[in-house]
Design a protein around this ligand. Sequence first.
Ligand code: MIC
Ligand code: SF4
Length: 646
Amino acid sequence: MGQTITEKLLQRHLISGAFVPGQEIGIRIDQTLTQDATGTMTYLQFESMKCERVKTELSVSYIDHNTIQIGYENADDHQYLQSIAAKYGLYLSRAGNGICHQVHLERFGKPGKTLLGADSHTPMGGALGMFAAGAGGLDVALALAGESFYLTCPRVIKIDLQGRLQPWVSAKDIILKVLSIFSTEGNVGYVFEYSGEGTASLSVPERATIANMGAECGVTTSVFPSDEQTRIFLKAQRRGEDWVELQADANAVYDQVVHIDLTELEPLCAKPHSPGNVTRVKEVTNVKVDQVCIGSCTNSSYRDMVMVARILEHRVVHPGVSLIIAPGSKQVLENLARDGYLADLISAGARIMESACGFCIGNSQSPSSGAVSLRTSNRNFPGRSGTQDADVYLVSPETAVAAVVTGRIADPRELDIDYPEVKMPKKFYVDDNMIIEPPDPEIAAGMTIYRGPNIGGQPHNDPMPDAIKGCVTIKVGDKITTDHIMPAGERMKYRSNIPRYAEFVFENLDPNFYGRAMKLKREGRHNIILAGFSYGQGSSREHAAICPMYLGVRAVIAKSFERIHATNLINYGIMPLVFKKEADYDLIDQDDAIEIPDVRTLIDAGGEIIVKNMTKKSSHTALCHVSERQKRMLLAGGVLNLRQEY
Ligand code: MIC
Ligand code: SF4
């Protein structure tokens, strides 16, 4: 039987387990990436592992999320990260050098390698034929220490792209189509593997848009072949030597095959407030637009920016629209400047932002109250833009710029403009002077770590008690994202200070949660979260587990969980429990007193867990789907406690 690309990549990196979909496997990680919002915790954890140097082939610490720096906190974190990188042997991509995924694609990603990133859009590396997965910072810290990354061996879905994209339809429309087929839930444990003649026609930056936003479906990752397109891209990056070919065998067997004819695709958009809320742009034309933001790791490549510049050439931003443009990296920005496109953008009236996450994470450019914002990014969860009542639509750069010109949502095919041809440079202008290489180990050994007052310690968790006794501190619905659990935006500067950040858990859903949880904790009782389907979608931020842990949450009972978040909960000693009967969710209310007797014995036995509702005098059965390794973590109160037991 032939092998899929996914299987080839995983087999070559397999350390434990066998390639049997559904079973836990451990793989070797070649490369890691972190960004500043997840990085500080990752490196605090790594420090506690007492290693002298990172054990990966290549690790990069990026500073791209919190670059606005209102107050000292972010700048403190940046200095901490810079000193850690030098001491332990990581590359440091400085603030201003660009968004981690874009820079990694340009400068470091290599076909055939594994990449683990403390950011949910790490799968963008799949555009280069890597097995690239997002994870919580703790898993990345373990990979830095040379340990395996454990995951459920995935099932592989082949996405067969046929035909060719028509003018004004682009890669973003392909991934929006995929989202309309698969939605944002129910895809845990799968990998999307792209193939077909349509795939062969897509450049690496186009593939990157698709692989990036596969994260919104909740798949483990997305993978593209490494072929002629990959070779062209790496050559243009002046690293042709990094190219190796990687293709699926002709007789590879897939779990499922989906065909998409690119010729038939048309401009699509995701309406507020979920990336899965996909419709044809045609269905929503004439909605007045107040803001357009072009950038984020999904659509900020040279190709996307030149497309926008060419459409805006000799045109002016509509008076009702504020146009924000954030090129994905210094390389993109510099090439735009050298090739003259930056001048076109400036002259049209674009507001050029730093090459960073910026608007995408809601730390700047919040729209006005009730505004409509069109964005080329990947997430439009409620409130993520920083404005609770704004309506954010996710679109391609072409559709975004159609709104810039007309002041309303418009199908770009309506524009009276010839579809511009974007010529990709044979060789990009490349200058890595914003990437700091680590010094030699002898020099590094004598270096000290900078710790400003914003750098807190590692919060501690106790081992799992014999019985959980507490109450349902909050009952939430379906598709609760980690943005709901742990808001980003202006709160993000507390990422390195858990007691302070914990004050904002569930802030946008229920501002009294923190008070109730702290009260229960002080009384020595446990907090329990009750949730619907797909709990923990979206961002990989492990703070959505650490801060609840700090508040004394011991279990989350849900109808289903997303992969990264479930792993983060277990890593921090919080039990992810899945209802045996989904309808039981309706029988439990917020504030109900809950007891789970003999929980240690039940976790150990691996059977059903009985949850007693003391208020309603009823009991419910839940399952704890964990591996033997994870059982030990839960009993120890998290992976860090477990390591110390050895
Ligand atoms: C995001 O897009 O939500 C983020 C911010 O990049 C996160 C990481 C974080 O919360 O720090 C992600 O995607 O994992
Ligand atoms: Fe940054 Fe947005 Fe990409 Fe997250 S999704 S890494 S915040 S640009």
